[in-house]
Design a protein around this ligand. Sequence first.
Ligand code: GUN
Length: 283
Amino acid sequence: MQLIDGKTLAAKIRSQVKEEVERLNDESEIVPGLAVILVGDDPASHAYVKMKAKACKEVGFYSIVHEMPDTISQEEIVATIEMMNANPRIDGILVQLPLPPHIDTERILEVIDPAKDVDGFHPYNVGRLVTKLPGFVPCTPLGVMKMFEEYGIQLQGKDVCVVGASNIVGKPMAALLLNADATVTVTHIYTRDLAAHTSTADIIIVGVGVPGLIKAEMVKEGAVVIDIGINRLEDGRLVGDVDFDAVAPKCSYITPVPGGVGPMTIAMLLSNTLQAAKARAAR
Ligand code: GUN
């Protein structure tokens, strides 16, 4: 069994981004800029946004966080995004999800200029991903693909089971895998027999937020297991969706939580924002 060390890989990517920011600065005086919109007071969202802002600072990006109360109107969020769309110093716009229930999330995401959509959530970029055209790819699934690449894990012809079908993780993950010639099964809460799908898979990718969902008997000997879940237990421990201690001995590769996929998400956000800034430099 080999651990897939997301923390180390993410640090390597962050230092590559930092070097490229310095080069971009020298060549074109462009400083990549990221605007984050944070609505309400969800503690997890605040923690993620804080980590994103810190990571931006470390690589030399310009970044701003627009914090808004959860009583904010749809129109006020739209107006802020439109302002960021028009701001030449901003290359990337990220709306931290989830948004409060009175806000129409899909409508908000559609207001973001697709050229600044570093989260890859705009339907334009979703369509480009599905048709295998270049565009922005959601950070978490992109980070998982980088891990496969780094560890030489081949995808062509492999049976991959994706557990969870969200717009943020499961669906874009499935599209990337399909583009890499894997045979992809996507399971979700209405799947009748989850174990029947996971137990034959060469690779299992799970991100649903249910601690201990993937148990040893659901995993084939020698499988690769990627855990995207992040759950805080009552005793304060941070765990994924995989029963790590029982599953790990059966795996060829497995990601830990923490230190697996989590750090990759932010590294990919930096990479996507750099890509947007480079496109500005080329214009
Ligand atoms: N909420 C949970 N994951 C994400 C993410 O990757 N991007 C944004 N914007 N919100 C999230």
